[in-house]
Design a protein around this ligand. Sequence first.
Ligand code: EPZ
Length: 421
Amino acid sequence: MDKLLVRGGEPLKGETKASGSKNSSLPILAATLLASKPVRLSNLPHLRDVTTMLELLAVLGARVSLDESLAVTIDTNSVSNLKAPYDLVRKMRASFLVLGPLLARHGRVEVSLPGGCAIGTRPVDQHLKALELMGATISIVNGYVTATCERGLEGAHVAMDVVTVGGTQNVLMAATLARGTTVIENAAQEPEVVELASCLREMGASITGDGSSTITVDGCNQLQGCSYRVKSDRIEVGTYLIAAAATRGHICIHDACPETLDAVLDTLRDFGPDVQVSGSTIELDARTNSSRATDIFTAVYPGIPTDLQAQFMALNCVSEGVSQITETIFENRFMHVQELVRLGADVRLMDARTATVKGVSQLRGAPVMATDLRASSSLLIGALVATGETAINRIYHIDRGYERIEEKLGWLGADIRRVSV
Ligand code: EPZ
């Protein structure tokens, strides 16, 4: 198992480029199951979760090929296995996104029920309720969700009880091949939903309202192939900007999708750094100002993403003053607290959703353990600031979501290396 060794204390400086978005790539890969012609996807990030989704598509029977520019072409006409096995869904919850497309196109699907995970129970009731409204018959037996609709799915009026990104994406995909019109109310407005809708439109789907809380889909008989370039990863960009702020550095990120990061950039400015946007480049300069503790309240888009909560906590650990972090999306997303404390941070959990952080002048390197993807990146930020060496264990979590992280941080001046143990 690999670990990262980080010798902290160097401000990040220099230029880098954002990678393709993990959380856009995964639903778009699932959406290829709807297309009756091959779909070519470029700018997919080279990440473990993307590989797992490709592996799942191959298990279902899709033909996956890679060209010289590393674009992936997926032909799902050969899909014959309609079962997403436990072994793959267990590795990655986003595998559940094949439910809607397979059901809509083939009238039957079996997908392992994802269990709870390190950040909460994460039910899928909203996905299932919506598909039932569209005419699916659903049962859960031996840990598998079986859904059938012999006469195809029917458009329906679906009002989500909670705002769910994956739920909205599953229904959106299913609705493209349903008979008639589907209206999704209380839909997630995240950029990754908008991107999925854009890609589906490229395949010929009729979708309006994405990016708002009401999405309307007029179903059709079949979708075509298309060629689509995945946009940049706003969470990766946010993570590097927060790391630069924590190390009092100065970085530029190109192809950084600033239009999706308003709340994050405003919050970074509240901490003190100068943040400028020029076209698709974001420049953050934290060399002169001290860092001020800033309260963080996560929320659905366009609020501060839960996927940056742990990283903002790490920044607060080395900022002047006291801050409160409130996590509103997941009920158990503070696993990084105890590990940040091992680096010398002063963080107290007030209840399951609130933590108080008192900034300290210095963190000190220590062995720590990554518990989930974003928790890992908060430890990495802590390590980049700390004096001495930090060993981050279980970094397979980081490899799920950050492309070539030690290489990219190395270019920005970090002393970081991967070792196999
Ligand atoms: C997506 O997860 C992202 N994953 C997560 O990214 C992200 O944290 C999350 O959205 C919130 O933004 C991908 O895009 C692959 P949800 P998803 O359904 O879709 C509850 C990362 O680090 N809920 O929006 O699974 C749920 O328990 C990650 O990259 C129900 O109650 O999240 C949670 O409290 C991890 N019933 C809330 O809604 C349901 O049927 C939001 O979950 C579905 C969800």
